[in-house]
Design a protein. Structure first.
Lengths: 223, 287
């Protein structure tokens, strides 16, 4: 479960998020939509403690982002990430998997690489990966972490239809997770989301996916 | 019972986990650096210049030739190693931002201070190991060319390690502050130019005003420059600058043994640059 209460973020005089409240229940899959520059990435970064917050709080499964221990509940995949290009796909996963200090489960890494269809490319350096392969590797990392809450920033941006379909099918398979992801693609929101959070004018409004598309059939941002 | 055992062994478990993570950072840094061009390109320049200097120095007198050669080799490194340290370390940090691995690490496990500490250790371990290993290999041709002295070689290695470590850490500070490659290139060149040329010009400008009254303050600033301290340490350690016959003014200037100046300077620059990097790069992370 994700709870955001009164979150306020400003760049100098410009307030990007103004006392934003949002609750995403357990196992909900919520799309975060808004025009370019509306503050979607800012909201995600502020929630995760990557940006200073003026007021407010974000909590993951009841643990505030100001306290210790919230990180084990959350996995985050940024937009246009590249990971380490000189390392192979398998080596990248191995490095991130070792972060918690426990021995790396190589059998599980192999299993996940097969699931995201990267087993054959596991020994190749990421310099030779396509964008779709990189996104699948990112999802593989999230699958390895097995956190309850997944936050993804535009996971299908720039992918061809096949690449997008693979990512969506993986996200579909994660029915037991709470997912927040930002997106501009209405079709994918329709197909996998239970809720939509619309960010406009520094405020946020949450709908069920049915409500959202009933009041706004074109899928444009509700103002 | 199990919980009690866990509590009893808590600190040990934490240390082991931390060690696993640290090893992973060093392993990852080695894979990245050894498969890239930067590390090997820098090493080739250092190797070539070392060999050229050795060929040139064969005519030095056998008795003191080794020490003269080591000091010349160090003086050559003063121009190269800071530049290599600044560029390799700063770009290593910038790439973590550009490749978006930093937000993944910060959101999953690390605090910014923890990330920088591990990154610093990994960068230092890789670059210093390669550098030290090269000068031990280079000792083989030195053996045949001069009256070899292992203690002097170790003193030289210490000076080179401190030089590279300090500029690596300053590079990490710059990488933490910078946001683009072009910005970082400018910052690196500015810092290199300042340390190599500008600071000495500033000291030369103030030199005529130095007297008994202000020599301590002058000394503080003079030895704060790591290049001054390292050079002073090495000249003294190799026997070119004995401290037995100094004037009263110079005695006031050198108020610590050269080894302690070296230690203080290295600790100060490493911790100072790390602290500033944490301060400048901090993005409100509390976890």
């Amino acid at each position: 479960m994700i709870e955001i209460k009164g979150l306020t973020v400003a760049y100098g005089e410009r307030t990007v998020l103004d006392r934003v409240d949002l609750t995403i229940g357990k196992q909900e899959r919520c799309a975060l939509v808004g025009n370019n520059g509306a503050g979607k990435s800012t909201l995600i970064h502020a929630m995760l403690g990557l940006l200073p917050v003026r007021h407010g709080i974000a909590a993951f499964n009841g643990i505030s982002h100001r306290d210790k221990g919230w990180k084990k509940h959350v996995s985050y995949l940024p937009e246009k990430f590249q990971m380490y290009p000189h390392l192979t796909g398998e080596e990248n996963l191995r490095f991130f998997a070792s972060l918690d200090g426990s021995p790396v489960d190589m059998a599980r890494i192999g299993e996940i690489l097969r699931k995201v269809r990267l087993w054959d490319a596991r020994g190749r350096q990421l310099r030779g990966y396509s964008k779709g392969m990189l996104q699948r590797l990112g999802l593989a990392l999230m699958l390895y972490f097995d956190s309850e809450i997944l936050i993804l920033d535009e996971p299908t941006s720039g992918l061809d239809p096949d690449g997008r379909a693979v990512i969506l099918s993986i996200l579909h398979s994660l029915a037991d997770k709470t997912i927040l992801f930002s997106s501009h693609h209405m079709e994918e929101i329709k197909s996998i989301c239970t809720h939509v959070a619309v960010l406009t004018n520094a405020q946020i409004q949450k709908y069920t996916v049915q409500q959202y598309f009933q009041t706004n059939p074109s899928g444009g941002v509700v103002i | 019972m199990a919980a009690a055992a866990g509590r009893r062994h808590g600190p040990v478990v934490w240390k082991e986990a931390d060690q696993v993570t640290m090893t992973a950072y060093v392993w990852k840094e080695w894979k990245e650096q050894s498969r890239g061009k930067g590390l090997w390109g820098s090493l080739i320049v250092v190797v070539l210049l070392s060999v050229l200097l050795l060929v040139e120095s064969r005519r030095l007198p056998a008795e003191q030739g080794f020490q003269v050669f080591l000091l010349s080799l160090y003086e050559l490194n003063v121009y190269l190693l800071p530049l290599f340290g600044l560029f390799s370390a700063s770009f290593a940090v910038l790439q973590e931002k550009e490749q978006k691995t930093l937000p993944i690490l910060l959101a999953k496990k690390e605090s910014y201070a923890g990330f920088l500490l591990r990154k610093s250790i990994a960068v230092q371990v890789i670059t210093l190991s390669v550098c030290v290993l090269w000068y031990f290999i280079f000792a083989v041709p030195m053996l045949s060319a001069f009256t070899f002295n292992l203690a002097d070689l170790l003193r030289f290695q210490l000076a080179v390690v401190c030089l590279l470590a300090i500029f690596n850490q300053i590079g990490i500070l710059l990488g933490s502050m910078g946001t683009t490659k072009m910005q970082l290139v400018g910052m690196n060149l500015l810092i290199w130019f300042t340390f190599i040329f500008l600071l000495d010009l500033a000291f030369l400008y103030t030199l005529p005003d130095v007297s008994n009254r202000n020599i301590f303050i002058f000394s503080l600033f003079y030895f704060l420059d790591p290049l001054h301290t390292l050079h002073f340490y090495l000249e003294n350690a190799l026997g070119f600058f004995p401290l037995g016959h100094l004037s009263k003014l110079m005695n006031q200037m050198v108020w610590l043994p050269p080894q302690l100046f070296l230690l203080a300077d290295t600790v100060l620059w490493l911790t100072g640059a790390y602290g500033l990097a944490v301060l400048f790069g901090r993005k409100g992370d509390k976890g």
